[in-house]
Ligand binder design. Sequence first.
Ligand SMILES: [Zn+2]
Length: 490
Amino acid sequence: MGRILDGVLKEFGRLAVIPRMSCHEKAVSDFLKGYLEELGCTVVQDEVCNIIADKPASPGFEGAPLVILQGHMDMVCVAKEGYDYDPWKDPIRLRRTEKYLEAEGTSLGSDDGIGVAISLYLLKTLQHHGPLRVIFTVDEEQGMTGAVHLDRKYLMDAKFLINCDSEDYDEITVGCAGSVHLDFSRTLGRRKAMSGKAFRIEVKGLKGGHSGECIGMGRGNAIRTLAGVLRALHGKGAVEMASFDGGKARNAIPASAAAVIVTDLPEDGIQGVLEEQAQDFRWRYGDAEQDISISMVPVEMPKRVWEEEDMLALLRLLQIMHSGVYAMSQAVPGLVETSANIGIARTEGDEVLVQCMPRSSSDQSIHEFCRTAEDLAALAGFDVRIHAKTPAWKENKGSRLVRLMTEIFRQQNGHPMKVGIIHAGLECGWHFQKNPGLDIVSIGVTTENIHTPEERLVLSTVEPQVRLISEALRRIAQCNPALDIPSAGE
Ligand SMILES: [Zn+2]
């Protein structure tokens, strides 16, 4: 039975040799265009390099509804520390073990190379299908600009869309959150430090994690925690600040943050405040966060420090701005409806920057965040840039595609498929906004540690995924003109 797996991995191998980091997809897009034409498709390469390819129905199924298979061609390119890898030039070197497909030293690009590979494999091998379209977008990982720019006409004539960019073969996703980027900035005034000694205060050891998937796990935010520590120190004596930096990405909960301060407080006084703050933090977050450390190290006296009002403005903003879960869903138990993450705070030249990312399955809540961000910025003395707003994908309760695919999955695998809504973004939000009548689901092969050099794909989940999609396409092709999908046995 390894024939399907071998066939899919062969397609995956064709992609792995072409460098394809986000925003640099020309080469892979050109390859896909030529390859899909060879497979008998009519192909459009749009101005951002998205690929839209149509394959006519197999004989006898011309009247069936159009189905879209969709994935993204770009990948996150990261390497192990010290591994020699040039993402502009180097291929991904694949390694197949008994259980996994992995890459040597780098991310694998199964997100979303496997979605693209499975679509290619299906185009080549399917016997019974109605009209089929594959859409491979660019730049899903950084800005979803491929999905944003996709002409809605390619979504309007279809009935069903299967997005192949999820990460568990036995889960079907039926809704996702929208989001927005809020960038706060303030120009800093500088002066000579008044007095005292300089220290680096660092908060670290927090769990961090993805700002969508992990925001409901009761974790602390290192940037916000550090702001609280500095506020507490400021209440005890003179504190001046020379820098404040924390977080690695807007969409990651920051696990560490550090500031350089100048103060006349005695060292044991500072130490006492840090211990008290760490204790408060442990009480507040309980078992979710016990490894926090808040440390102080003497450092060289900085040449300049911030004006006091700049320091206070930043600390106030970081204390007042929402960070963490904002609202739980009323409809779906356990689902975070709205959240916000302060992902980055950074001193850059003469400016301090704070990047925040609210998410919500309600577009209205996102609008509300944008509106209050302007008020918050005005009150705190910051400028704010509001951008990269992405729409939420709302669950379609009457989805026939969900009914069909969960039924097929159960028949083929003997256990039910989980149906869920995620508190993270998918390109489906854009597809749904362009055609709310499109019946959309998102599925995927099981992958682990995506966006890291430890990314790997669970080989045993490839074949069930291929069989699920082929059978769904077969049944959709055979449905009657009223578009009622026959159930098993019919
Ligand atoms: Zn992806």
